[in-house]
Design a protein around this ligand. Structure first.
Ligand code: FAD
Ligand code: N01
Length: 536
């Protein structure tokens, strides 16, 4: 048997780094395993051109260290991938975390041993280590969808998935590029690729809603204001449903205002940029008619920006409410379709048949390409956990327990899998929240729980089936009346053929969720079974 630790942490992104720091602060031993060669997670892997955050930089960052917060200066309103990666590397250095992380190591299995109340973790390097706790900081968007297109391997040029972009970058100069997909990754990268390539052909299955970022250097007034009021603003962000202060959510209902007023409100928020549009009215995520007023506003914006009416019409989303898929935040996306070197192929008119050696063949034509960019997304929320052979009490296999969709208590733990924590797991606000906020709350809850267990010399904590059933029912119940089930989104697993259609994140709002987690902890971890351990 290999080394033994208090905790094993899988993943060295935003979650894994903070988890390691917290546990070390508590005097515990922890080992992080990370498949990549460096820290950063999402911001390590997603190096495609134009990759940047969709929440203002000062909000999408750690708040746990006032010193870190005060010393780090963001150079853009929406930080780019290189800057975010630099930030996370700085965090790793500043808090001395690197010696606790083993890179280029993939965790392949985690098995719970009931006799010792410990996890045995196996890596692809053949190591086996044991730990009382296993924290899955494996990311919710860390496993790229495999491009399962017929003929894919016959393509004679290079191809890349946006989520596995080469570190040395890609030079598209003089190339004809095919981009498949029109989600956030495509919407961010297409303008940049089009500015460099000879020609870009975009293959769109479902048009998406996108709003302008109005990115640029941070407004000095905003920076000064944040510097003076940082603690208060961080607190305010945590009291908003999505953990984002800048959304500036209003309670006024769209259904109660007249058309002219609504248009003015939407216009003002379009000018602010980003998710502010979704904060315009309190009923946009709950009332389809109210939502339709925002849909109409954005549709007119698209028609106003894109000069060719036929292309504009193809780009207007017509099949789902705005916000029911993650809203895209772009820099010049719709404008890009006014370029001579950009064309749009609507896969609803001409389905994609296969990849051929020279490009992409649809039912109507073959589009020649020198390179293909697969911007086709991720096996979200459960993908990374599904790739690890996780076995709990009695040898129960997590993948089997989740065959009909993920089941958790609070998105943090799973019945039958003691001492296994998931950061931003299904059943928690996760991707429906500013992830920096969601991650900090989870890491702090988990580390507080571990400290509490230690103080009481307890050996194992496990969600009860009853508490889990109740929570899963609640997660579904709050999602049901909202706009979210009305889109074929990755929130529902709809983007992965065969994946059960279950709404995975918790839409009840971050403050409600956090309060519930705190109440559960304050009541001695209500809904959890606790096991003492005579050896401790
Ligand atoms: P990740 O950053 O995904 O890190 C998980 C790490 O675990 C990875 O490095 C992975 O290699 C490692 N790992 C997984 N499985 C194993 C294994 N078996 N063994 C070893 N290592 C493993 N959220 C926002 O709130 N705002 C945004 O603007 C935003 N932008 C995004 C842009 C992109 C392109 C993507 C893909 C996601 C974005 N997100 C955004 C979500 C983003 O994933 C989170 O904000 C955050 O970075 C997640 O951090 P994490 O540490 O939980 O997971
Ligand atoms: O992935 P997506 P993404 N044939 O799943 C299409 C975060 N993020 O990487 O909609 C043809 O959104 C698919 O079509 P359809 C953010 O949370 C944030 O872009 O399923 N097309 C869709 O158009 C985001 O939501 C940022 O019909 C196929 C696209 O590929 C999440 O990550 C930037 C196809 C996939 O879109 C995922 O974003 C990037 C097929 N077989 C990512 N399969 C920021 O802005 C899929 N598609 C911060």
């Amino acid at each position: 048997m290999g080394q033994s630790y208090d905790a094993v942490i899988v993943g060295a992104g935003f979650s894994g780094l903070y988890m390691l720091h917290r546990l070390r602060q508590q005097g515990l031993t922890a080992r992080v395993f990370e498949a990549g060669t460096g820290v950063g997670g999402t911001w390590y892997w997603n190096r495609y051109p134009g990759a940047r955050v969709d929440i203002e930089s000062q909000e999408y960052s750690y708040s746990f260290s006032p010193e870190l917060d005060a010393e780090w200066v963001w150079s853009e309103r929406y930080a780019s991938q290189p800057e975010l990666l630099k930030y996370l590397n700085h965090v790793a250095d500043r808090f001395g975390l690197r010696d606790g992380i083993q890179f280029e190591t993939r965790v392949t299995a985690a098995h719970f041993d009931e006799a010792s109340n410990r996890w045995t973790v196996t890596t692809d390097r053949g190591e086996t280590i044991t730990a009382r706790y296993c924290v899955m900081a494996t990311g919710v968007l860390s496993v790229p969808n495999e491009p399962a297109f017929p003929g894919k391997d016959s393509f004679q040029g290079p191809s890349w998935h946006t989520g596995r972009w080469p570190h040395e970058g890609v030079d598209f100069t003089g190339q004809r590029v095919a981009v498949i997909g029109t989600g956030s990754s495509a919407i961010q990268s297409i303008p940049q690729i089009a500015a460099q390539a000879d020609h870009v052909t975009i293959f769109q299955r479902t048009p998406n809603f996108s709003v302008p970022a109005h990115n640029g250097p941070p407004d000095p007034t905003v920076v000064a204001d944040w510097t003076a009021n940082r603690e208060q603003y961080r607190r305010e962000a945590r009291e908003t449903g999505f953990g984002i202060r800048m959304v500036d959510g209003r309670e006024t209902l769209a259904s109660e205002e007249d058309e002219a007023t609504r248009r003015a409100v939407y216009e003002a928020r379009w000018q602010v940029g980003g998710f502010a549009l979704l904060g315009a009215y309190g009923d946009l995520t709950s009332d389809l008619d109210a939502n339709a007023t925002a849909v109409a506003f954005v549709a007119d914006k698209i028609r106003g920006i894109v000069k060719d009416p036929a292309t504009a019409e193809k780009l207007v989303p017509k099949t789902f409410p705005i916000g029911a898929k993650r809203l895209c935040v772009d820099t010049g996306y719709y404008d890009t379709f006014n370029r001579d070197n950009v064309s749009l192929v609507d896969l609803n008119d001409e389905p994609l048949v296969e990849i051929v050696p020279t490009g992409v063949r649809t039912a109507a034509a073959t589009y020649e390409a020198d390179a293909i960019v697969y911007a086709i997304g991720f096996d979200a929320m459960t993908g990374a956990l599904g790739k690890i052979d996780i076995r709990g009490r009695g040898g129960a296999v997590l993948k089997e327990a989740w065959a009909a969709g993920p089941r958790t208590y609070l998105g943090l733990m799973v019945a039958g899998f003691p001492n296994l924590f998931i950061v931003t797991g299904p059943g928690s606000p996760s991707v429906l929240c500013n992830m920096a906020v969601a991650i900090e709350q989870h890491v702090e809850w988990i580390s507080d729980c571990i400290a509490w267990m230690g103080q009481r010399q307890l050996g194992a904590i496990e969600a009860t089936e009853a508490a889990q059933d109740e929570w899963v029912a609640h997660v579904n119940e709050v999602a049901e009346p909202t706009i979210f089930p009305h889109a074929n989104s990755w929130y529902l697993g709809a983007n992965v053929p065969g994946k059960p259609r279950v709404f995975m994140p918790y839409i009840g709002g971050f403050p409600v969720y956090r309060d519930k987690c705190n109440e559960v902890a304050a009541a001695g971890y209500q809904g959890f079974a606790l096991t003492s351990d005579a050896r401790l």
